[in-house]
Design a protein around this ligand. Structure first.
Ligand code: 5GP
Ligand code: ZN
Length: 117
């Protein structure tokens, strides 16, 4: 596992790597993806380093709700709340997770692919 100190998303949380931060509260932060796959492509993460969905404890589960709530708010701000959007969380190698810090993608702004995998 990549250590917390070398985690790119932890560095974004710490302000050590610049990013366009669009939302933050005590537990969650969101920023624009550096390599967008759609006109709106945001990344929503817990501030605390949790490697993946597979590492979530029972006590962490409310965090997912907070991330979804932030995503819904951001979809409104991005003007895609009515047209539609997709939230995606990849987990592990075959799930296509590259950054080992739990994150949710918010995608929208165009008709997204019908294929999920
Ligand atoms: P994954 O493939 O792990 O689900 O998604 C990781 C996402 O993080 C990718 O869409 C990638 O473009 C984005 N990303 C990786 N490094 C950075 C970075 O340093 N800054 C920002 N804003 N996004 C990043
Ligand atoms: Zn991290």
């Amino acid at each position: 596992m990549v250590g917390k100190m070398s985690c790119i998303f932890c560095q974004i949380v710490a302000g050590k790597v610049p990013s366009e931060i669009l939302y933050q509260d005590e537990e969650v932060i969101a920023f624009r993806d550096i390599n967008p796959q759609s006109p709106t492509h945001l990344i929503i993460i817990p501030k605390r380093h949790i490697p993946s969905l597979a590492d979530l404890s029972q006590a962490d589960l409310p965090l997912i709700g907070r991330m979804v709530s932030a995503a819904n708010e951001l979809a409104k701000r991005e003007g895609i709340f009515e047209s539609g959007y997709r939230l995606a969380i990849s987990c592990g190698e075959e799930g296509g997770q590259f950054v080992p810090h739990l994150h949710m993608h918010l995608l929208g702004g165009r008709r997204l692919s019908d294929a999920l995998g």
